[in-house]
Design a binder for this molecule. Structure first.
Ligand code: UT7
Length: 315
């Protein structure tokens, strides 16, 4: 399998750190030095569906693939606007797709999970071309009274068209169940038979625990991927990591001992957009002409679960 094209879409509303200080006990200095984030985009009068549609269309155009050539659409999201139908079904009309689709909730590793599902569908001969859209509205998930979490997140959609080829060399996952450090729950429903249903809970995170997991596991997984393929850290052109915290990116980069240019980032403009961070950043690199044939790229994501996903690509 290989990536044939990419796309992305961000909401129009820009929220700067100072905008948050207007209603939270926080400030630009704390947010930017602890996270690298200076602003993020959040949904206001747009829908997540519209972002997903824009990103999906852009990826098809970039790939030069017609909607009717797509055999399957995979959407990754932690929370779409409806639980049923899946967002993958809802975006089909606007994009002009006529194929089966489903949503995948892989948290921040969702895009890499979708690559693995797509690889299976293509390898089994069930699909030749697949559209992956990672669409996330973390602004609807966060508790906007909790300064320790809401300042971190943004909304975005990133997309990729994948098809038969030799580009994706390897995909691996790891998991360490830790519901205690990162958790959000859905509304309990109104079943008259439920006994003491737990109330809905916004996203709660023990930031330092997730930080330690992210740095140690990302470094471990990348090093294992490199060793398996007999590669040195400097053999990789770009490490496209989940954009959760600039300090996490820097910690992994310095452990790998590679140059700053190998670790592209956009967290300063987007914040953490869960599974959308990697495809949005890939699209930015692609449109800047940086993803040249032969480029070696490592993708790595970490988050809710706690889970990690790592992919090795040769373009
Ligand atoms: O995509 C999912 C994966 N998520 C992540 O990867 C997140 C990983 N974790 C992190 O990025 C960092 O742990 C955070 C950015 C979440 C927090 O940074 P930290 O350096 O670990 O700060 P902390 O939680 O230890 O908090 C330090 C202080 C606390 O005050 P005290 O107890 O020292 O007085 C917090 O109350 O900073 C305070 N604080 C804030 N102050 C101003 C927490 N949030 C804020 C804020 N503004 N927004």
């Amino acid at each position: 399998m290989k990536i044939l094209g990419t796309g992305s879409a961000l909401p129009k509303k820009v929220v700067k750190n100072d905008d948050l200080a207007a209603f939270l006990d926080t400030n630009d200095e704390w947010i930017s030095t602890r996270t690298g984030i200076r602003e993020r985009r959040v949904l206001s009068d747009e829908t997540l569906q519209s972002l997903a549609e824009r990103a999906g269309k852009a990826a098809l155009e970039n790939a030069g693939v017609a909607p009717e050539e797509i055999d399957y659409v995979l959407v990754t999201t932690v929370q779409a606007e409806t639980m049923s139908p899946a967002l993958a079904c809802d975006i089909q009309n606007a994009i002009g797709l006529k194929c089966m689709g489903m949503d995948i909730n892989g948290g921040c590793t969702g895009f890499i999970a979708a690559l693995a599902v797509a690889e299976g569908l293509i390898a089994s001969g069930r699909a030749k071309k697949i559209l992956i859209v990672s669409a996330e509205a973390l602004s609807r998930f966060a508790d906007w009274t909790d300064r320790s979490t809401c300042v971190l997140f943004g909304d975005a959609a990133g997309a990729a068209v994948v098809g038969e080829g030799e580009g994706i060399k390897d995909i691996r996952f790891a998991s360490e169940p830790r519901r205690d450090v990162l958790c959000a729950s859905t509304p309990p429903g109104n079943s008259p038979f439920a006994v003491d249903p737990a109330p809905a809970q916004y996203l709660k995170m023990q930031g330092q625990e997730v930080y330690k997991f992210a740095v140690s596991h990302s470094f471990r997984d990348i090093r294992e991927m490199l060793a398996y393929h007999d590669l040195q850290p400097e053999d990789i052109d770009f490490y496209v990591l989940h954009q959760a915290n600039m300090r996490i990116l820097e910690a992994v980069r310095t452990r790998l001992k590679v140059d700053e240019g190998c670790f592209p980032h956009n967290i300063e403009r987007t914040g953490n957009t869960s599974s959308a961070t990697i495809p949005v950043l890939l699209d930015e690199l692609n449109r800047a002409g940086k993803l040249k044939p032969g480029c070696r790229v490592i993708l790595n994501a970490f988050g809710a679960g706690l889970c990690t996903g790592t992919a090795y690509l040769e373009l």
